[in-house]
Design a protein around this ligand. Structure first.
Ligand SMILES: Nc1ncnc2c1ncn2[C@@H]1O[C@H](COP(=O)(O)OP(=O)(O)OP(=O)(O)O)[C@@H](O)[C@H]1O
Ligand SMILES: [Mg+2]
Length: 422
């Protein structure tokens, strides 16, 4: 990299900024200001600056002016560029614009040691250590929280998106097609972009479909509700169960609804089983109804896209049909790096990525867990703190059955060709 340039933010930078925001945090703590707050400030043309290097956006700082005071809503940067003065350069440029605009005081609130904290100190921002940060939510939200638990929804932590290692292609697609329009509905509408309402994810077991669904909810700050059609069918009958669930959901302003293994209820209607036909029809109708309101997203996942009833995948039901495939070499490398970093293991990532062809994220997670247990036992047995070695990982990799065989990978490629709608 040949150095960076800092300039004013323009509307074209938004997508890169949203992506950067997802990568930038280091503490896993939620930011005080939501991404939508930052986007709103950008849209209202509050001062913001962007750092670029080699034409890529590598850093951003976003503010919101309030009279002669301003809040720094975001300081984000490519993680590998921390501690090189980039944060300070961004802040210096932003400060200049704010002071020129008549702002006299700047405020920032960050989780302890979050990206940007060092830059703030370097730029002479002082810790107001005597202050306590109080927070109280309006009763309406308290009510929403109780509604959440009543209907079995949860608010996923915001850090999930960052923990999704590798899988850059899938992440980027999901970010662009789902997160961006839902985070900026007005701008999407201005462009004639219809908000996504329902998405189908397909791919072999353990590739991260459920993980992505959770992470999208975390990213949007929306409650997450998993529906179990088989359970609904048993308790109330599917039709009544679904309409009951959807009625309950309408009490929430926003919600991401997830249905896993949807092929179990949306399998092909060819058979003589009249109940099954009824169930598929009910689900189809429920999806059409679900699509009529804003602020909701349905994500369905399946391991077996070929077994879905074709009516299910027809246009007008699912906006996108996205393949979530086995990680390629690059994604496996990132996955291994992330799992090794969690335990401070100094192992040969290149060798591990090469040895784990056909492994899903779930397989890699399994190997990492197994090695951790082995090494822990070793420490207990010897009384000497053991560390996992490359061989520990490689041996476990060789003993582990790869979920995605060559045949399956081939089938998945064919299914992608045939069913993907991006
Ligand atoms: N990109 C990722 N980075 C880190 N861990 C991941 C990633 N994707 C998945 N995992 C981990 O792998 C495991 C399996 O993921 P997940 O349950 O999301 O897969 P799935 O595609 O929903 O599987 P299934 O088809 O069996 O429902 C989980 O423990 C999850 O935490
Ligand atoms: Mg799953």
């Amino acid at each position: 990299m040949t150095g960076w340039q800092v300039r004013d933010y323009t509307a074209d930078d938004l997508e890169a900024l949203v992506r950067l925001d997802g990568e930038s945090g280091t503490t896993g703590e939620p930011a005080l200001f939501r991404l939508s707050d930052a986007v709103a400030a950008l849209q209202a043309l509050h001062p913001a600056v962007i750092a670029t290097a080699d034409g890529l956006v590598i850093g951003a700082a976003v503010s919101r002016v309030d009279g002669d005071r301003a809040w720094i809503l975001r300081i984000c940067m490519t993680p590998s560029l921390r501690h090189r003065g980039l944060g300070s350069a961004l802040l210096a440029a932003l400060e200049r614009r704010l002071f020129d605009a008549g702002v006299r005081t700047l405020y920032a609130i960050l989780p302890e040691d979050e990206t940007g904290a060092v830059a703030l100190r370097n730029r002479g921002f002082e810790d107001r250590s005597g202050l306590v940060f109080f927070e109280k939510r309006a009763p309406a939200i308290t009510q929403e929280v109780s509604v959440l638990s009543e209907i079995g929804a949860e608010l996923p932590p915001t850090g999930l998106w960052r923990q999704v290692a590798g899988m850059e292609r899938e992440k980027q697609l999901i970010e662009r097609r789902l997160v961006l329009p839902l985070a900026r509905p007005e701008l999407a509408a201005e462009h004639g972009v219809e908000l996504p309402r329902a998405v189908m994810l397909f791919g072999p077991p353990g590739t991260g479909k459920s993980t992505f669904a959770h992470a999208v909810a975390g990213r949007l700050g929306w409650p997450f509700l998993e529906l179990f059609p088989a359970r609904l069918a048993a308790e109330y009958g599917l039709a009544a169960g679904l309409s009951r669930s959807f009625e309950e959901i309408s009490r929430l302003e926003h919600v991401l609804v997830f249905i896993d293994e949807v092929e179990e209820v949306a399998g092909e209607r060819g058979g003589a089983d009249a109940t099954a036909v009824g169930i598929v029809n009910e689900l189809l109708k429920a999806i059409v109804r679900f699509r009529t309101r804003d602020g909701r997203l349905l994500i369905c996942a399946t391991n077996n896209v070929t077994s879905l009833d074709p009516a299910f995948l027809r246009h007008g039901r699912f906006d996108y049909v996205m393949p979530i495939g086995p990680p390629d070499l690059k994604a496996r490398t990132a996955l291994w790096e992330s799992y090794l970093a969690r335990v401070g293991a100094d192992a040969d990532v290149v060798a591990l990525a090469a040895a784990s062809t056909g492994f899903t994220p779930a397989d890699i997670a399994h190997v990492a867990r197994t090695v951790s247990q082995t090494v822990f036992e070793r420490t207990c047995d010897t009384g000497i703190r053991a560390r996992p070695t490359t061989d520990d990982y490689l041996e476990t990799v060789h003993r582990t059955h790869a979920t995605v065989s060559t045949d399956m990978a081939q089938q998945f490629a064919e299914q992608t060709e045939r069913f993907a709608r991006l």
